[in-house]
Design a protein around this ligand. Structure first.
Ligand code: GUN
Ligand code: ZN
Length: 431
């Protein structure tokens, strides 16, 4: 067992997200192995109250620091690390001109391995300890990322992209082989250590009906495997998806019609939905990955937070690197704040700092069906956490010294923070 003395931020599971933060100014976090041998939170609370319950447990004192749950990135593409900042008129030319050419390179296992190593280092330096991640259509890209995550003990979910049409040679897969590969990858990786598999149709326009049908059959056969895809991001994309799948009520309904809308399904963007779509999301308990830096960069539009809340639809935050412009959860939360006035009933109102932070931690865990497992520091949660330094820069030190409330402190970190605030990301060890 080991203990850390610092300020501690966590979230009360039974409270409304914007009021759910629990903050101990002088806290003690005690971690130790559970029955599986995975390091979990054994106690968290005021230092004075908790310390005597754990005599002899070594305490690391971190004065002036804040311990918080590791961030969760609900949608990110590891093969797109090197296309960040590639300007385009919109999603479809961006895919053609930058993304597919880069993803072609992942046919080479060596290329995958170095990209996976760099990517996971970027996650950790930005305080991201769990990710739901796209690989490419090459099984080698999946093996490389799982291998690296396993070596570092990270909780990570990924899958081979399914894309058997409307994409170039070198990234296009074969319908039957793609489903055989998906099955083999599920059997090899899903549930190994902290790894999970996601069935990954890139988006409906890149998949034949036969491929989507096969993906849906696998989703039914493996109900605790995740599903990830894209939907309703861009108006040209939507028009195209509607032409290709005109029998479905909407673009989102296309996925439902193939059995791909269910618990543990995460759909990136969900910008241009109507209320019938939102009701479908709610009924299926699927969740949206909201990607505000990506949506600003590609000019895709704004996620309607108020509409999602009104219809009771699940959502949480994501970077969407490389259309997204940053690995930093602080940058993503700030972009969500900038764009969060969309659809609000009260003029000028956007998201609160506690709600933003929750959406990148406990809320993202809930979207993944991993509530109580990661994304929080309640008892029994796996001990993935970040040590934050609110004095990381001169400006942060000056501004956070003035913070008169928790909301002011969180806001200052969201607005001024980046990877410099993350002093350390601690990953739960397995014994
Ligand atoms: N839609 C289909 N593929 C992609 C992708 O790689 N990035 C984004 N942002 N949208 C997509
Ligand atoms: Zn994406």
């Amino acid at each position: 067992m080991k203990a850390y003395r610092a300020a501690i931020l966590r979230f009360a599971p039974d409270r409304e997200p914007s009021q759910s933060a629990v903050f101990e100014q002088d806290g003690l976090l005690v971690v130790g192995p559970d029955a599986r041998g995975q390091q979990v939170v054994q106690a968290a609370g005021p230092y004075a109250a908790v310390k005597d319950q754990y005599p002899g447990v070594p305490v690391q004192h971190l004065p002036g620091r804040v311990i918080a749950p590791g961030f969760i990135d609900l949608h990110v593409h590891y093969p797109q690390t090197d296309v960040i900042g590639s300007p385009a008129q919109g999603l479809l030319p961006w895919l053609q001109n930058y993304t597919f050419p880069e993803e072609k390179r992942f046919s080479a296992p060596d290329y995958c391995a170095q990209a996976a190593t760099f990517f996971i280092a970027q996650l950790l330096r930005n305080g991201v300890t769990t990710a739901l991640c796209f690989a490419t259509s090459h099984p080698a890209s999946v093996n490389a990322l799982f291998g690296e995550a396993q070596a570092r003990g990270l909780r990570l979910i990924t899958g081979k992209c399914l894309q058997d049409r409307h994409c170039p040679d070198g990234v296009r897969d074969d319908t039957e082989q793609s489903l055989i590969d998906t099955l083999a990858l599920i059997q090899r990786w899903h549930g190994q250590a902290r790894l999970g598999y996601a069935i990954t149709p890139r988006f409906a326009p890149s998949c034949s009906p036969a491929q989507l049908r096969g993906a849906g059959e696998l989703a039914a056969r493996f109900p605790d495997v995740w599903i990830q895809s894209h939907v309703a991001e861009n108006l040209d994309e939507i028009r195209w998806a509607r032409e290709l799948f005109s029998a479905s009520r909407s673009y989102l309904a296309t996925y439902a019609d193939f059995g791909l809308l269910r618990k543990r399904a995460i759909y990136a963007h969900c910008i241009h939905l109507d209320d019938a779509d939102r009701a479908l999301m709610r009924a299926s308990t699927a969740a949206a990955a909201v990607c505000p830096t990506s949506n600003l960069f590609l000019g895709s539009g704004f996620f309607d937070f108020a509409g999602a809340d009104r219809m009771g639809m699940n959502y949480a935050l994501a970077s969407d690197v490389g259309a997204g412009t940053s690995f930093s959860p602080f940058h993503t939360m700030l972009a969500a704040y900038y764009t969060g006035r969309e659809g609000q009933t009260k003029p000028g109102v956007s998201l609160s700092p506690q709600a933003l932070w929750w959406q990148h931690t406990a809320g993202a865990a809930r979207a993944l069906g991993l509530e109580g497992v990661v994304g929080n520091l309640q008892l029994g949660c796996e001990a993935d956490f970040v040590v934050l330094n609110p004095q990381a820069t001169d400006l942060l030190a000056r501004r956070t010294a003035r913070a008169a409330s928790l909301d002011e402190l969180l806001f200052a970190l969201i607005v001024l923070g980046d990877d410099r605030v993350i002093e350390k990301a601690v990953i739960s060890q397995a014994f």
